[in-house]
Design a protein around this ligand. Sequence first.
Ligand code: NAP
Length: 276
Amino acid sequence: MAVFDGKALAIYIKSKVAGEIKKLNKKLKLAVILIGQNPASEIYVRNKEKACKDVGIDFELIRFAETCKQVDVIKKIKELNKKTEISAILLQLPLPKHLIEREIIETISPEKDVDCLTQSNFGRLALGVSDFAPCTASGIIEILKSEQIAIQGKRVVVVGRSALVGLPTQLLLTKHDATVTLCHSKTVKLKKITKKADILVVAIGKPNFITKRYVKKHAVVIDVGINKVDGKICGDVYFKKVKKKAHLITPVPGGVGQITVAMLLKNILLLNLEKK
Ligand code: NAP
């Protein structure tokens, strides 16, 4: 049983990115669009701002009220697309219900789409044309590599199929020659499937949902979930019990979340290397 140290890997990734940025000889700037006052989003955006500052990336926060209009958000993104000093654009999700998320995402120029959510960037990832991927998905690959967990030929189960996490994680793991099963809320007999996983990735947003009965002995368990219960942050995996059964487990907090932020910095860099 081992517990992954997200802080240590995040520091390592950030130091590598900072070194690459110095070599670039160009100022990078991330623009983040935050709509409404979702308390979790506020925390995520603050963490992203701090991480950018740590490695010398400028940061601009653009706020919209919860009741904002679709046209105004789209107009702002079009402005940001044109500004040469903006290297990357991040739309903080989730959006208020009245907004059409897909239309807003598609307005982001693919060259500035740091979360790899536009059809163009996601399509390139799906076709295997590019390795550029949403930050959490590429972060999961970094975690497995850093822990020297072999991916090729492994039976992997990903629970959760969102475009932000589950789906791109499935794509990247398949590209790394794992045999991947993607599960979701309509999956029948989930436990039977997850119990066969050598590597289990969980991204469902349900606190402590995955108990030890869902996990194979000595499996690698990657917990992406971030939930708040009684004022405390916890993952989708029942950490206390599952850690005794797993070969390796990522804690929440201090696991995948740390790596996601570090990979955001790497994605900003990658977008700008591709432009050169
Ligand atoms: P999402 O868009 O709400 O997607 C949740 C997915 O989980 C959906 O595919 C859903 O299935 C599936 N699901 C829900 N309940 C399930 C159940 N009982 N059994 C099996 N599948 C179930 O969420 P997301 O954006 O992927 O985020 C998931 C979690 O990760 C959240 O807690 C979020 O806060 C966290 N997160 C963490 C990071 C990080 O850096 N650590 C980054 C992003 C997100 P359907 O498709 O059938 O509805």
